[in-house]
Design a protein around this ligand. Structure first.
Ligand SMILES: Nc1ncnc2c1ncn2[C@@H]1O[C@H](COP(=O)(O)OP(=O)(O)OP(=O)(O)O)[C@@H](O)[C@H]1O
Length: 221
């Protein structure tokens, strides 16, 4: 199978990255869902985005991932390679797991690792290592489609590990995870931050990170 590859991402200078969101406004269906949202996040830090249903958490993540246009304001990942766009420096984990039902978990992760065209980087995990971290080594050869809901989410989280991207954008990452899996993923998130990564996570539940900053969005619908 031949696949188009994204531009390789050079590892950022540790500690130099900073996500800066300034007066961000986003419309959905003509309605201003995000109105002049501002925050900044340094390398090594995590931001937990909270708010009631409809507050705009997914909208914020999609805008950061470059999937929704801005109605105003700016988004910048400062300190990274100037010729690489922000979405190519990010992993975006949506509600959808982003894996193919008919492919095995190994095949899915192999696709993502090659698609993301990672240069050799000590911060990327092998597929075996990523599966071990999320506790799916025993079902590596099973089609993604036959997994349980929690196993599917764990496979989606393994996708974050097989190619290093400094910025993780996570929409309800803990959905369907049992307690042990949540604890393991909390360790993976801490490790990512310790490596100079940044995390923006929308969640209704505690992420298990001790020192995460928080951003509360208002306005339910
Ligand atoms: N394609 C769309 N067209 C019109 N309105 C939309 C569209 N997508 C989302 N919205 C609206 O935008 C608002 C924000 O939705 P969003 O999914 O960002 O909320 P959320 O905070 O992530 O909610 P939840 O906690 O339920 O996941 C909601 O009122 C939603 O109905």
């Amino acid at each position: 199978m031949s696949i188009d590859v994204l531009q390789p991402v050079q590892p950022p200078v540790d500690g130099a990255l900073r996500l800066c969101v300034d007066n961000l406004s986003v419309l959905r269906g003509g309605r201003r869902v995000l109105d002049r949202v501002s925050f900044s996040l340094s390398a090594g830090r995590a931001l937990v985005v909270t708010g009631p249903n409809g507050a705009g958490k997914s909208t914020l993540l999609r805008a950061l991932a470059g999937l929704l246009p801005r109605a105003g304001g700016s988004i910048a990942l400062e300190g990274g390679p100037p010729d690489v766009e922000l979405p190519q420096q990010a992993h975006y984990l949506a509600h959808n797991d982003g894996l193919k039902s008919a492919l095995t978990i190994e095949e899915n992760l192999d696709f993502w690792a090659r698609y993301l065209a990672q240069e050799p980087d000590a911060r990327s995990h092998t597929i075996d290592a990523a599966l071990a971290i999320v506790g799916l080594g025993h079902v590596a050869a099973a089609p993604f489609g036959v997994l349980s809901a929690g196993q599917k989410r764990r496979a989606a989280l393994a996708r974050l590990l097989v190619a290093f991207r400094p910025l993780w954008l996570l929409d309800e990452p803990l959905t369907a995870l049992d307690r042990a899996s949540r604890e393991k993923f909390a360790v993976a998130m801490s490790d990512h931050c310790a490596q100079g990564g940044l995390i923006v996570a929308a969640t209704h539940e505690p992420l298990g990170l001790d020192e995460a900053a928080s951003l509360a969005l208002g306005g339910a619908s």
